[in-house]
Design a protein around this ligand. Structure first.
Ligand SMILES: Nc1ncnc2c1ncn2[C@@H]1O[C@H](COP(=O)(O)OP(=O)(O)OP(=O)(O)O)[C@@H](O)[C@H]1O
Ligand SMILES: [Mg+2]
Length: 373
């Protein structure tokens, strides 16, 4: 038994997904999720984290206090996981792999190294849980000239690759990231562009709801082709990998600027339909360009529960079987958390967590910093 906890809170800012994972023995299955817990952020913390995505007053102090709050929220998830599982105590868990909350992501910018900021007080999390905490998992890759993202492809390969078969995995979080698993065992990956970050934001603004349940609102609208073309003209979409992005680029201000120019009087539901089409078409075009030959596309992340997105993806990719990771052994809301448990294990065993072909780093690196229990 090798128990690890993975904690992920992504750019959707919906809260934390925690998983207690058993990596078992070398002979057994690669891993088993023992238990999963989702914890929404308190509305005040969510609002503060969202605000910290953009420049504002007194940022240093506010970021530190938010990092403490994220640690307390994460610690609550750890306690809940241990309680749910029942048969393990803190001492049985080898380490926690904790992502923290990204509020800025500018790899390579400014001075050539740039920075990526995941708010989390790892010291406080170690103090509150009594478990080794491995966090700050992206910055070493940036130090080595990489994007620091996406980090899930190595884990996707470990779990979803099939020898001799070409497959793709797409995670629909705030941002969509694609992993391409070649029939020859190669692994590539990059961020495609916005997913729920824009869909949620527009839904919150016009319907007062945090997300478009099942994508029903988007499905009720008509895609505005002129607006879609303008949105797809964003240079990020045609950049070659390695590339990664976040709310630094894809937030409602970006959409508002295009709306003002192309469709100032568009009906909100038609804009939602267009945003869904933006996610679907950018991913489909990336799959065609970079995963040519893939016959299976496995979808994970909360966006996999958006029926409209799933149907449209399948429609845009004839010849590709579009399915969720749940049918490949891992529920859609557990994949990213499990990836961070996997990254903690890689750190503990001093194995690289990055893939040079994905992040563009100068070499494989052990990722993370340790706060011992
Ligand atoms: N029933 C549903 N219908 C439509 N969308 C849903 C549903 N359930 C969840 N979602 C979407 O999934 C999002 C949360 O997904 P997830 O937690 O995977 O994203 P994330 O936190 O940004 O993670 P990451 O950045 O690691 O990918 C929600 O914000 C919402 O947009
Ligand atoms: Mg989430």
């Amino acid at each position: 038994m090798a128990l690890y906890i993975g904690l992920m809170s992504g750019t959707s800012l919906d809260g934390v997904d925690g998983v207690l994972v058993d990596f078992g023995s070398i002979q057994g299955p690669p891993m088993t999720v023992r238990t999963h817990r989702h914890q929404a952020f308190a509305p005040s913390l969510r609002a503060e984290l969202l605000a910290l995505n953009a420049p504002g007053d007194n940022e240093l102090q506010r970021a530190e206090i938010a990092a403490n709050a994220v640690a307390r929220c994460y610690a609550g998830v750890v306690q809940a996981l241990l309680q749910q599982h029942g048969a393990a105590t803190a001492r049985d868990v080898r380490a926690i792999g904790a992502h923290g909350q990204t509020v800025r992501h500018r790899p390579g910018a400014f001075d050539g190294t740039g920075f990526t900021t995941q708010l989390l007080n790892g010291a406080l999390l170690a103090e509150l849980t009594g478990i080794d905490v491995v966090c700050d998992l992206r910055r070493r890759d940036l130090a080595a000239g990489g994007q620091g993202a996406p980090l899930a492809p190595g884990f996707h390969a470990a779990i979803f690759a099939a020898p001799g078969e070409s497959r793709a995995v797409v995670n629909l979080g705030g941002i969509a990231n694609l992993t391409v698993l070649g029939a020859d065992g190669s692994v590539r990956g990059f961020d495609c562009g916005p997913a729920s970050a824009l869909l949620d934001g527009w839904c919150q603004r016009h319907r007062g709801r945090p997300f478009d349940d099942g994508g029903r609102w988007a499905a009720s609208g008509q895609v505005i082709e002129a607006l879609l073309t303008a949105l797809l003209a964003e240079p990020y979409f045609s950049l070659p990998p390695p590339k990664s992005t976040g709310r630094d680029l894809f937030q409602l201000g970006w959409l508002d600027a295009q709306l003002a120019r192309h469709s100032p009087s568009a009906a909100p539901k038609d804009v939602q339909a267009t945003l869904a089409a933006l996610t679907v078409r950018s991913i489909a075009s990336d799959v065609r360009r970079h995963a040519d030959g893939a016959t299976l596309l496995l979808v994970c992340g909360g966006g996999a529960l958006n029926t409209h997105l799933m149907q449209q993806l399948a429609a845009q990719l004839p010849g590709v079987h579009v399915d969720t990771t749940a049918n490949a052994g891992l529920p859609v809301d557990q994949v990213e958390g499990a990836a961070f448990a996997w990254l903690a294990q890689r750190f503990v065993e001093r194995l690289p967590g990055n893939l040079v072909a994905v992040t563009g780093a100068r070499g494989p690196r052990v990722l993370g910093a340790l706060y011992p229990a």
